[in-house]
Design a protein around this ligand. Structure first.
Ligand code: GTR
Length: 325
């Protein structure tokens, strides 16, 4: 049995090597999420399109489950050209690319349709263009659902219940200030450290969308999920400027187009996964607090806007986002 497994594994890796050999260029892509997660599948699909359209010359290899590192580190690696492609939340870019903050502001989007209209339009294009000033090429936006708070301690039914709780946030000052403004304490941590930090009581909880809450297993250690939906943070697929510069203009166009064509695929996968993850979490017995007055949460966010939306550039971007129907 063992022999058979080993042989099968050898044959499989031999097949992979020969497939890899056919590719003149293999773009290594990073993702923190596990196999089968919508972002991972979408980049794989992008790779298939690219391979087909380049007659097998350009391939994409997706390293899922944070195999290449946590987001903050992989962003640096992508800027350096060590990693070619990276699918990340916009959150970890906030401290590097100021303009990305506008998409990370609490309650900036009125819902998914509004977010889609914004990222598909002029503002979306403007923010993608900002990446080129930071050794990166912005290729496409993916969905990140809406993020809500979960914790291991108690049901949060109002903003008062947030008082004193310790929440992990993505590594961005916007999110630290967001949690502070709600009367809780923020701990910026890499995604991969959240599960054990809740389990050991280092933090009380975190915040995320249904698919991440489910796939990370956080729901196993944080039994209360309050749907305050404070954030809708789009995700991005970026490429290293160094890797980009190695491609001919024609190949650059192929990459850009394949990335764009993966967006509708991703959106469909996302909608399905949101439902499936919600069902799984509910079936596991997590207490879901849905009936919550969001207004006090929204009002508290004025402090975050006052602190982070200070330049004329960001102010006008916020106005433009709000004006999109
Ligand atoms: C997820 C997002 C990841 C990562 C994670 C986090 O929703 O898809 O890219 O940013 O949240 O909270 O770190």
């Amino acid at each position: 049995m063992k022999m058979k497994t080993t042989l099968a594994a050898l044959l499989a890796s031999a097949a992979m090597v020969s497939a890899a050999n056919a590719c003149e260029i293999t773009l290594r892509s990073s993702d923190t999420h596990p196999e089968g997660y919508p972002t991972v599948v979408a980049v794989e699909k992008m790779g298939e399109m690219l391979e087909e359209r380049s007659d097998g010359r350009i391939c994409v290899e997706v390293f899922h489950s944070a195999q290449l590192g946590e987001e903050k580190d992989t962003i640096e690696q992508t800027q350096l050209g060590v990693i070619d492609l990276n699918r990340v939340s916009l959150g970890p870019f906030n401290n590097i690319i100021e303009e990305t903050k506008v998409f990370s502001l609490p309650y900036i989007f009125r819902g998914t349709d509004h977010m889609h209209a914004v990222v598909d339009g002029e503002v979306g294009e403007k923010i993608l263009n900002e990446f080129q000033n930071h050794q990166l090429v912005g290729l496409a936006y993916y969905d990140g659902g809406s993020r809500s708070f979960y914790n291991s301690q108690k049901p949060i039914t109002s903003i008062e219940d947030m008082e004193g709780l310790k929440f992990r946030v993505m590594q961005s000052d916007v999110f630290v200030d967001m949690v502070d403004a709600l009367g809780a304490n923020a701990t910026p941590l890499p995604y991969g450290e959240v599960y054990s930090s809740i389990q050991t009581g280092v933090i009380d909880g975190a915040e995320n969308n249904w698919p991440s809450f489910e796939s990370s297993g956080h729901y196993e250690v944080a039994g209360y999920y309050t749907l305050d939906q404070h954030l809708i943070v789009p995700e991005v697929l970026v490429m290293s400027q160094a890797s980009w510069n190695k491609l001919s203009p024609e190949d650059q166009e192929l990459v850009r187009q394949a990335a764009k064509d993966s967006v509708p695929i991703m959106r469909e996968l996302w909608a399905e996964r949101e439902k499936a993850s919600e069902e799984k979490v509910r079936a596991a017995g997590v207490e879901i607090i849905e009936d919550i007055d969001k207004q006090p949460f929204m009002d508290a966010m004025n402090a975050v806007y006052d602190k982070h939306v200070t330049s004329e550039k960001l102010k006008s971007l916020v106005d433009e986002i709000r004006a999109v129907e």
